[in-house]
Design a protein around this ligand. Structure first.
Ligand code: TXA
Ligand code: MG
Length: 353
């Protein structure tokens, strides 16, 4: 049994100094960013970074993002960054855009899992910026969740996953964006989308064209965030594939069959992007936005997944949102959280059989 984690406020300068001190000594500190919480170590200290992989139970082939407090700091870690990188930085930094370019020898190999490239972003969260400044070194950090599990958007969620296996958690309140950064790789002056995220593809494409590859067409997985199963709660989850009203009709039908056969009706969770009626057959209904706003939905999705996962439900189903703007990143996360689980129809057919 792990002991409770130590959580202190990131709003105090003394606390930020203490956190920087711990990082300087090779420790691990979870810290707030505008996207999700990060599990940070001094990026230039290979031994400290190794501990991040260990406590996160992350496979060593999955590289980390390096967080910097200025574009200049990034330019020192990249080898001859292309002009496109500078244009994107000018427009989107600080903020949820991670850029992958060739690395210099300053970056330890363990950070990049041996790849010749390094992913870097400058967070817009001022507390994160202060922490990096206080340390005087970039911070390597994956999302602060156990590998494969739902990301953490609050200090309490980080504590649930790690207890005292990390040295400190800085509490900066709920993450404002709530979904990870967009990851773009720049190669031969071309941009490739490795992960949709907090900066919309449409916004980036106003500046440069971006190649979007589907995982099936990739020879090798160039970003392990592309692994099919990821971001997943323990409770089985499925995404509704049809029109919501047709789906409800199907559920009502299964309910009638359960009654007839005297089968106990399962405890179901439902995630909606806007309010809908006739959802009484669900034990718990979470509406991500009263107005169907994707920004609001993104800020709540991981919190809601963790909340439902604690309710001992039999199955969680999630409705869809249009895959434009932040909707693309939201559906990417839901699709990966559902991957490897039964489809809704299979679940009910097995129940009734
Ligand atoms: O918003 C975020 O990006 C958060 C906060 C903490 O900054 N971080 C985050 O880190 O989501 P993580 O480790 O959960 O996801 C990083 C993603 C992974 O999919 C990883 O494979 C990819 O970035 N990545 C990192 N370095 C890479 C590289 N050199 N080449 C390709 N992909 C890379
Ligand atoms: Mg992650």
């Amino acid at each position: 049994m792990t002991e409770p984690a130590r959580i202190i406020s990131a709003e105090s300068d003394a606390n930020l100094n203490e956190a920087a001190e711990i990082l300087r000594a090779g420790g691990i500190v979870a810290f707030p960013t505008e996207t999700v919480y990060g599990l940070g170590a001094d990026a230039l200290n290979a031994k400290a970074v190794a501990r991040v992989f260990e406590v996160k139970k992350r496979p060593s082939f999955d590289p980390l993002i390096v967080h910097v407090q200025s574009p200049e700091e990034a330019l020192r870690l990249w080898h001859q960054p292309p002009k496109i990188a500078e244009a994107l930085i000018k427009k989107f930094w600080p903020g949820p855009l991670t850029l992958v370019c060739q690395k210099t020898s300053l970056v330890p190999d363990i950070v990049t899992a041996g790849l010749p490239t390094v992913a870097i972003r400058m967070p817009s969260n001022l507390l994160a910026q202060k922490l990096i400044k206080n340390l005087g070194s970039p911070i390597a950090a994956p999302s602060a969740n156990l590998f494969g599990y739902t990301s953490a958007t609050t200090a309490q969620a980080v504590a649930e996953d790690f207890g005292d296996s990390i040295d400190l958690i800085l509490d900066g309140g709920a993450a404002s964006i709530g979904i990870e950064s967009t990851v773009i790789k720049i190669e031969n002056n071309q941009c490739f989308l490795l992960r949709p995220g907090g900066i919309c593809l449409e916004e980036i494409e106003k500046i440069v064209p971006v190649m979007v590859q589907k995982i099936a067409s990739l020879q090798v997985i160039s970003s392990p965030g592309q692994l099919e199963s990821h971001y997943a709660p323990w409770t089985p989850l499925a995404v509704i594939e049809k029109d919501f009203r047709d789906f409800l009709k199907e559920v009502e039908d299964y309910h009638a069959r359960c009654l007839e056969k005297e089968i106990a009706w399962p405890r179901l969770g439902l995630i909606l992007f806007r309010p809908k009626s006739s959802t009484h057959l669900f034990e718990s209904v979470e509406v991500l936005s009263a107005s169907g706003d994707s920004r609001e939905a993104a800020s709540k999705i991981f919190h809601v997944l963790r909340k439902l996962d604690k309710m001992n439900l039999d199955f969680i189903v999630a409705d869809r949102i249009e895959e434009t703007g932040l909707g693309l990143a939201i559906m990417d996360r839901l699709g990966k959280a559902a991957s490897g689980h039964q489809k809704i129809k299979c679940y009910f057919e097995n129940l009734i059989r």
